[in-house]
Design a protein around this ligand. Sequence first.
Ligand code: ZN
Length: 276
Amino acid sequence: MRPVVLAVAITGSVPRKADNPAVPITVAEQVESTHEAFEAGASLVHIHVRNPDETPSSDPELFKGVMEGVRRHCPGIIVQFSTGGRGRDPSARGSALYLRPEMASLSTGSVNFPTIIYENPPSLIDELATSMKQHGVRPEIEIFDLSMIHGARLLVDRGIIDHRPHVQFVLGVKNALPAQEHLLDILLAELRRQLPEATWTAAGIGRYQSEVMEWALRRGADGVRTGLEDNIRVTRSQLAKSNAELVSLATEKLTCHDARPARAEEARRMLSVAPC
Ligand code: ZN
């Protein structure tokens, strides 16, 4: 069975406890939730942090707390900080990169979200990508639209990121790309043209989570992503009990595609992250 990197996006910037009480908010909750997800097969954790009132935060101390706890309890797991998300001051979105997580998300363009413009002007993209390079942080390029593949290619051409980046396609965000299977084919074809050595994964938002995972696995994706950031339900009427429950569902899906969750050290090799 081939290994697939199973990423868990534990918190995000949108869901609140009122939406699903399992959304981890405090550092202790985030560490515990990641630990359960790790035991269930996750080898990469995507992290946003929150203030006590559940609003999004960029506080490096919070990122540090989660990273230290996760590294203690989940040996080898790839720690990925978000440099995006709604409700954060753009100038603070890279403020935790000096902590040197293994990876960080990097959106290479702007796009409409449900109620706002997700603004990633060229100057901010440069600043975040350069800071990642300086701190030895591997970017995961977040693709919300076709042009963002070209945005990534420009960074490669300028030597700011290497020629084998890890790329994530995000489908199903309202006002951005809808979750439609043929769009994944278009994105993938363009990725192979522009960045033939890139590794890739895909995230489906909300009720599209499992469908997008299915499409990605059928196309030989290096990774899949799940977690409460993207989806708080297991069925239309039933909330997910935990991030681990979503990871277990993803693991079952992998099995149907003759795949299995990559172990942490395999995941590091696959995504060109240094061994720990
Ligand atoms: Zn995120």
